[in-house]
Write a protein of this length. Structure first.
Length: 540
């Protein structure tokens, strides 16, 4: 009997699950399939339905299974988090293959036309793994650190109750229609921001306060836009301040992905010279080589978008003045198109490394408690290294203060270690896939990488080091194996394991990797060569 074909939706889900597992440096499992089923059919069902070969009815059946089992996005995220706490093993691949084979056999017995996503999901729910079973049993337990500043569960229940009430007659239904639409909007928005909180918290490490502030600000902006149809100012504006390499740009990128918004990043160092205005908002067609502005044309084509203006302090002062119009009036004229472009529906994020005295001189480990006024005052006092003039005029600082101002924290050692582990796993998975080698990396390697970067280590440096580390080590290994004096043959190589040899190390170095107790140690947050940062190294 020939193998039954997979449906277009199932092919799409399995492909995404396998890619995600590779990025995490793990084998594909039922947990990854369940997560991607939910993402494709519940979170982004409308977008998935537009793909070729995907049937809407199959998406509906998958949604009904999730509703019946009461699995939501929080549960799916927790399932993956718990999965990643366990070591990936050979048996993971065996159980995944068994799942596919058994489901296919049942489909063939029933003479099904194809193997569908709802069949796979039903099989997973019929015989859930211990991780899925635990998540389903404890789904009501919420980590208070992940909660938003308002009670979204109560709001969600309130909207549901309103939606479930029966109307007393056709005339009353028509009379209440606007109110029902508003309630439906609030219900959907509440669920959306809860899901966004979960996803961003899992991806942006060490910046819980920044994530909560962004989600809260986005929620409030959507309420304002809905309640004031005549509002012209951008609904959501954020200023991300703090040290370089702590996740400001990364949070903006992930937020755009989660919200499903067109995204464009503008490196403001490219708008530092006197002619930058024409690049920003276009040049009149009477000029040679004239073209639409980079910013205005993108917003004109994508009114609902997320714009990231990276390191705003590096922009020319004329560009800074353009932001007065954008943040005040919510519009900017494109000189090439000769049209006013509205920024009303755009989410605007500006990042800055200015205000150094706040994070270089402060002895506080947690910078998230710095008041908004203190941050704005530090920006107002910042002097441009290029012009020796104030980087931000008082007028633009007052506009910043009207939005959401977030100070990002320094990266702690245990957070840098988790980041290193994530990217080492992704590199190992990529090499394994390309060359058929089994690669193992001990957790001590991830601990050593931030230390190897010295006192100035940050998330960007550790990420770059982790992404190149494995390739550099493989090059050195193959170079030695290829030498004439070596008895090893590269073509016989099947398995590689990377570890840190601490057998002859000083006891104080060994304790950095295996702390016996919490201890104040000198670690990777030297703000300047002569200025040290001490904090507790946590057992991970």
């Amino acid at each position: 009997m020939s193998e039954i074909a997979k449906s277009g939706l199932l092919e799409y889900i399995l492909e995404n699950a396998e890619e995600q597992a590779k990025r995490d440096g793990r084998r594909t499992t039922a947990e990854y399939v369940l997560f991607n089923c939910f993402e494709a059919c519940v979170l982004y069902g409308d977008r998935t339905a537009e793909k070729a070969g995907v049937e809407k009815d199959e998406i509906r059946r998958v949604k009904e299974l999730f509703e019946g089992s009461k699995i939501n996005n929080d549960i799916c995220v927790r399932i993956l988090e718990n999965l990643k706490k366990q070591e990936s093993s050979y048996m993971d691949g065996v159980m995944y293959s068994k799942l596919l084979i058994n489901t296919q056999m049942h489909a063939e017995k029933e003479n099904a036309a194809s193997l569908t996503a709802d069949r796979i999901l039903q099989a997973i729910l019929n015989e859930p793994s211990q991780i899925i079973r635990d998540a389903l049993q404890n789904w009501e337990e919420v980590d208070s650190a992940d909660e938003l500043p308002w009670d979204l569960d109560d709001m969600d229940a309130m909207w549901s109750e309103d939606a479930d009430r029966d109307a007393d007659g056709e005339s009353r239904e028509k009379e209440q229609e606007p109110g029902r639409k508003d309630a439906e909007f609030l219900k959907d928005l509440t669920r959306k921001v809860k899901e966004m909180q979960s996803v961003l918290s899992a991806q942006v490490l060490g910046q819980e306060h920044a994530v909560s502030t962004f989600v809260s600000g986005y929620f409030q902006s959507q309420i304002m836009l809905r309640s004031d149809p005549f509002r012209t100012k951008p609904g959501a504006t954020f200023l991300f301040a703090g040290p370089p390499g702590v996740g400001k740009t990364f949070l903006a990128e992930r937020a755009a992905e989660v919200l499903g918004l067109p995204f464009c990043r503008f490196d403001m160092s490219e708008y530092a010279d006197g002619g930058a205005v024409t690049e920003f908002s276009g040049a009149a067609q009477t000029f040679r080589g004239a073209k639409p502005g980079n910013v205005t044309s993108f917003v004109y084509d994508n009114p609902r978008c997320l714009l990231l203006f990276d390191e705003i302090e590096k922009a020319n002062i004329d560009i800074i003045h353009l932001f007065l119009q954008i943040l005040d009036a919510g519009r900017l004229r494109d000189n090439y198109m000769n049209k006013e472009v509205s920024f009303r529906d755009a989410v605007i994020i500006l990042t800055t490394n200015a205000g150094r005295r706040l994070y270089e001189e402060s002895r506080e480990k947690n910078l998230s408690g710095i008041p908004r006024k203190t941050i704005i005052r530090a920006l107002r006092e910042e002097v441009s290294e290029r012009t020796r003039m104030p980087a931000f005029p008082a007028a633009i600082c007052s506009r910043f203060a009207a939005g959401n101002v977030v100070m990002f924290n320094h990266m702690e050692a245990h957070t840098l270690r988790h980041i290193a582990m994530r990217y080492l796993g992704q590199s190992a998975a990529a090499v394994s896939e390309a060359f058929g080698l089994e690669i193992g990396i001990d957790k001590e390697v991830a601990t050593a990488l931030p230390f190897s970067e010295g006192g100035n280590a940050d998330a960007r440096m550790v990420t770059g080091r982790a992404e190149t580390f494995l390739n550099a080590e493989l090059f050195e290994l193959f170079r030695l194996m290829a030498s004439e004096s070596s008895s090893y043959k590269i073509d016989r190589l099947k398995k590689i394991r990377l570890s840190v040899n601490l057998s002859e190390s000083d006891p104080e170095i060994t304790e950095l990797f295996y702390p016996k107790r919490q201890k104040d140690i000198l670690v990777s947050l030297l703000r300047r060569p002569w200025r040290e940062k001490r904090f507790s190294l946590k057992n991970a």
